[in-house]
Design a protein around this ligand. Structure first.
Ligand SMILES: Cc1ncc(C[n+]2csc(CCOP(=O)(O)OP(=O)(O)O)c2C)c(N)n1
Ligand SMILES: [Mg+2]
Length: 546
């Protein structure tokens, strides 16, 4: 007879789980045994946090929950950051944790904390399984909730005595494809009227538009109407940023050319807005009219209170708008387009700077030159994220994976590993700071063991550069943000990776191209000069964008 753990793993197979990332504990042993003969691939990692970052990335890219398994207590608490990352970032993630026996236990409170309570504020659903018979329905419900808009993390706890129970075959529940409801025609009609009557409409693309298949319909909307667009950091790439009507990304909170372009709009078609991202524009009561197009109605906020809402499947809503909105002769985009020209010229100006250590604009330009159009760049969190969001033009949706929701350090390398597993044929480059890299550097061992083809570029400024920028820009004295580094090349080589130190700026691009072509894990140690953070972003831009 099978155990409840077998029933659990069968339910996971039924949900289409391909990988389970795990640091197992003794409370997981029955489940581990069930995985041994399952078609799900178990991937042992070196930390629970990084395991869950990998799983969340699989969820983010496939739309189906990625899975992580840990033990109780310390294994479960190590999931906290990644659960928050998935929930704030709207990534479907399924977490399974073990627990001591709940029926009879002779172990006191050893390692026991209420994991379900810990998970409450950072998940959409968290339950302890108290009877084997409820496994199929609990698993189905967890996967349904994790996947449904807005997606996020869910958690089940399986105590070891329940997992070990002998049971017969349990029937599984249908895993239906659910069609999302379409926006109501009256909602569309009013939006069409507002867009037609505007003088300078503008499309703003947010994180929600980057989750589902919206790219094609949005591209058609832009092409047919000729309305310019810009995006938030997590909306990058939904429409090719090389498009002549692309006004850029709201990488900085304010004060860039793109913000100036937005200020000219009198009607903003705000597609897939997500309040977790810093607002791409601040609404004013006497400002532009805003049309909210999203899966759900708008969460009202001091800076966000749209005038009209088109609620329903975004792709369908955009298709309906495309059907009805014709280009209007009274629309005038000339002021917006002038800001685009200035932005493009500003980005191009520093793209070829020869200085060593490399400067941020040159670094971003070199990465863009090396990575093919469909190749993926996965960022950790640090100063370079702003430079990438501002200056790395994406061709396709989900080709620049960044986290502008929890914005946690440490997710760069694991997210790159998850991306490579989700898309084995696409080149994947991780860009991380020296701070963030060392937060999950141990996963180099997992990457080498899995024989992933992955290039990791480590930007070395010997400090927490992003915070140093804010410290300097706020005119604080330099204090408390510098650190030393190990020899990155020796460190990476000790894990079995190939490693290189960049000693001239011109050598970086050919080296990167070469690593992307080759098999295996490659780590490139790149010293960076961050003086442009203050020089360009803090001091120069406000002068230029007046
Ligand atoms: C887990 C976590 N801790 C702290 C922060 C705050 N923080 C944001 S960026 C940053 C510095 C990142 O340093 P590094 O990885 O070296 O990148 P750099 O900015 O130097 O390029 C810090 C400390 C964070 N976002 N996440
Ligand atoms: Mg750094």
């Amino acid at each position: 007879m099978h155990t409840a753990a077998h029933a659990f793993v069968k339910a996971l197979e039924h949900e289409g789980v391909a990988y389970c990332f795990a640091v197992p504990g003794e409370e997981n042993l029955d489940v581990l045994e069930a995985f041994r003969t399952s078609r799900i691939t178990l991937i042992t990692t070196r930390h629970e946090q990084s395991a869950a970052f990998m799983a969340a990335t699989i969820g983010r890219l496939t739309g189906k929950p990625g899975m992580v398994m840990t033990t109780l207590g310390p294994g479960a608490t190590n999931l906290v950051t990644a659960a928050a990352y998935a929930t704030l970032g709207a990534m479907p993630l399924f977490m399974l944790t073990g627990q001591k026996p709940i029926k009879v236990s002779k172990q006191g409170h050893f390692q026991i904390i209420s994991v379900v309570d810990i998970m409450k504020p950072i998940t959409k659903y968290t339950r302890q399984i108290v009877s084997a018979a409820s496994i199929p329905s609990r698993v189905r419900e967890a996967f349904r909730v994790a996947t449904e808009e807005r997606p996020g993390a869910v958690h089940l706890e399986l105590p070891e005595d329940i997992a070990a129970e002998k049971i017969g075959e349990l029937p599984l529940f249908p895993n239906n494809t659910i069609r999302r409801p379409a926006a109501e025609p009256k909602a569309i009609a009013e939006a069409v009227k507002m867009i037609r009557e505007a003088a300078r409409p503008l499309i703003v693309i947010g994180a929600g538009a980057n989750r589902k298949r919206v790219s094609k319909s949005l591209r058609e909307f832009v092409d047919k109407t000729g309305i310019p667009f810009c995006s938030t950091q997590m909306g990058k790439g939904v429409v090719d940023e090389h498009h002549p009507l692309s006004l850029g990304c709201t990488a900085l909170s304010s004060g860039d050319f793109v913000h100036k372009a937005i200020s000219y709009a009198d009607c903003i078609i705000n597609i897939g807005h997500d309040v977790v991202e810093k607002p791409p524009f601040l609404m004013r009561h006497d400002g532009a009219k805003v049309i909210h197009v999203n899966f759900n109605s708008a969460a009202v906020d001091d800076v966000y209170f749209p005038h009209w809402e088109v609620v329903g499947d975004i792709g369908n809503a955009v298709w309906q708008l495309t059907e009805s909105v014709e280009p209007q002769t009274h629309w005038d985009f000339s002021l917006m387009m002038r800001e685009k020209e200035k932005l493009d010229a500003h980005i191009a100006r520093d793209a070829g700077l020869p200085d060593f250590p490399i400067r941020p604009s040159r670094f971003v330009a070199d990465i863009r030159a090396a990575v093919p159009n469909d190749g993926m760049v996965c960022l950790d969190n640090g100063m370079y994220k702003l430079w990438f969001a501002r200056q790395y033009k994406t061709y396709e949706s989900q080709t620049l994976l960044l986290d502008n929701a929890l914005a946690t350090m440490g997710a760069g390398l694991p997210s790159g590993m998850g991306a490579k597993m989700a898309y084995p044929d696409k080149p994947v480059v991780v860009v991380t700071g020296d701070g963030g890299f060392l937060m999950n550097v141990h996963e180099l061992e997992t990457a080498v063991r899995l024989a992933l083809d992955l290039t990791i570029v480590v930007l070395r400024d010997n400090g927490y550069g992003m915070i140093k920028w804010k410290q300097e820009a706020s005119t604080f004295q330099s204090f408390g943000l510098d650190f030393g580094n190990p020899d990155m090349v020796a460190l990476a080589e000790s894990f079995g990776a190939k490693a290189y130190r960049v000693e001239s700026t011109d050598s970086f691009l050919p080296l990167l191209k070469d690593c992307i072509q080759k098999k295996g894990v490659h780590v490139i140690d790149v010293p960076i000069d961050y003086a442009d953070n203050v020089r360009v972003l803090t001091n120069e831009l406000p002068r230029l964008v007046s």
